[in-house]
Design a protein around this ligand. Sequence first.
Ligand code: GDP
Length: 197
Amino acid sequence: MHIKSAEFVMSNSNVAKCPKGLLPEYAFIGRSNVGKSSLINMLTNKKSLAKTSGRPGKTQLINHFLINENWHLVDLPGYGYARVSKSSKKVFQKFITEYFGLREQLVSAFVLVDVRHKPQPIDLEFMQWLGEHGVPFSIIFTKADKLKPNAILRHVEDYKTVLLEAWETMPNYFITSSSNETGKDEVLAYIDALNNN
Ligand code: GDP
């Protein structure tokens, strides 16, 4: 898929106020600093569509972007940032669970994980939660330019081993780098295929 247009639509923390209509949407979520904003900007060919986070965890909003006038890309807040207060964590959890529970337009989520790290409980718990709630998702490994190819394979294998303890199959996954555009075509082709289903 070629991205011809990418426009900011709205930010809010209330699922009921998200865009009406039936455009399919894809939500990107992951731990703060995982490289989510950089990935969104890379996918959409924009330098600063999503704000790269100088202060991780600050923006706790659901951000909708309209892509090619026929689907929505959704930038969800980063989770697991230690400096977020307990009360704001609660609010965050509430609207994230509401988003995944109520948003009928959601076709698939993309859970981003930094390819350099071993499987982290917070990411595994989140994927487990998505699975239990019937939310389809793929994993996007980020920052692949920071590892050699064999180290990437090893880290992905570690993930597979852990996930296959709980799941029958490994979720669909992509290996990406926003620095050198690895994985860009694959992620966009995947979304394109789902849109045309
Ligand atoms: P977010 O908090 O998940 O939105 O993460 P950002 O996109 O703001 O990225 C966090 C940090 O990781 C920034 O310093 C980015 O420059 C860096 N980063 C993001 N993606 C990549 C990548 O693919 N490769 C490398 N080397 N650095 C990245």
